[in-house]
Design a protein around this ligand. Structure first.
Ligand code: SAM
Length: 278
């Protein structure tokens, strides 16, 4: 079989299993399996694919056809300027989270050597990006999941970044002050789980998805370590609720930000020790 034939077969297989971006996914899996670029799939379209190569590709395509997220099948995923290892130990980093990092970087502008903590770091996406883009920052990353932390540590090592990782519940035992507390906490309500995409519900860790009151608890806890900004990624329909929660907790300068698709996905607020010391 030629490369073009294998690509056509893989695309049809994925489409028949309901994969929306079947052509693109087939290209990425084939390119990965054969160790070529996507462009080379076309410039070498008539090159024969050996049986051994087909076995490798078949396994990748089979996994994607079972609706495992593309990022898990590929085993890595781009997030801002980094390539992160991705597997079932942590949530796949999402594009809207890149907007969260952007807000963090904007708020840190002009602050020398800021101390930052990313709560619920998962793959490490937020913490590692901040460490990468603000090399003078001291970055701490927490997670309650030892699996997620192991993955985040691997990602730090792969990218040559130096962070402090802490296995804990939110900020328990983590000493401030921090100029920035950032988090993309789980924000799917138990009742909303059935409405989630199959790929998310079946493959991504439950502990990364389900809201067990982490946002509200973090808003309370962060005040004791914060001397600066709290930045939270939120469910697109609950930004107003989180804003009200932060106002009620006494935060100042509370505002809602939009992601690239114009959805209300980021809430930020300020807590300064000087304004809150009696
Ligand atoms: C929505 S995922 C976000 C992962 C990553 N920060 C990202 O943006 O891709 C939420 C993360 O919070 C962690 N988590 C859930 N409850 C937690 C808690 N009580 N304390 C610390 N981390 C928690 C989960 O293990 C998961 O890694």
């Amino acid at each position: 079989m030629t490369l073009a034939e294998v690509l056509a077969g893989a695309t049809a297989y994925l489409a028949a299993r309901g994969v929306e971006s079947s052509r693109l996914d087939a290209e990425r899996l084939l390119a990965r399996g054969l160790g070529v670029t996507r462009l080379e799939l076309y410039t070498q379209h008539d090159r024969p694919v050996t049986e051994a190569e087909r076995d490798v590709v078949r396994e990748l395509v089979r996994r994607r056809g079972a609706r495992e997220p593309l990022a898990y099948v590929l085993g890595d995923w781009d997030f801002r300027h980094l390539t992160l290892k991705t597997d079932g130990r942590a949530l796949v980093p999402r594009p809207e989270t890149e907007t969260v990092v952007e807000r963090c970087l904007a708020l840190l502008e002009g602050i020398d050597a800021p101390r930052v903590v990313d709560v619920g770091t998962g793959s490490g996406a937020i913490a590692l990006s901040i460490a990468h883009e603000r090399p003078d920052a001291e970055v701490v990353a927490t997670d309650v999941s030892p699996d997620a932390l192991a993955l985040a540590r691997e990602n730090a090592a792969e990218n040559g970044l130096d962070l402090v990782f802490v296995e804990t519940d939110l900020l328990d035992g983590v000493g401030g002050p921090f100029q920035l507390v950032v988090s993309n906490p789980p924000y799917v309500l138990e009742a909303e789980l059935d409405g989630l995409d199959d790929e998310v519900r079946t493959f991504e860790p439950r502990a990364a998805l389900v809201d067990r009151g982490q946002t509200a608890r973090l808003a309370e806890q962060a005040r004791s370590v914060l001397d600066g900004w709290l930045v939270l990624e939120v469910h697109e329909h609950r930004a107003g609720e989180v804003r009200d929660l932060l106002l009620a907790a006494g935060y100042a300068a509370v505002s809602i930000g939009l992601d690239l698709a114009g959805r209300q996905r980021v809430v930020e607020a300020q807590w300064l020790q000087i304004s809150n010391t009696p």
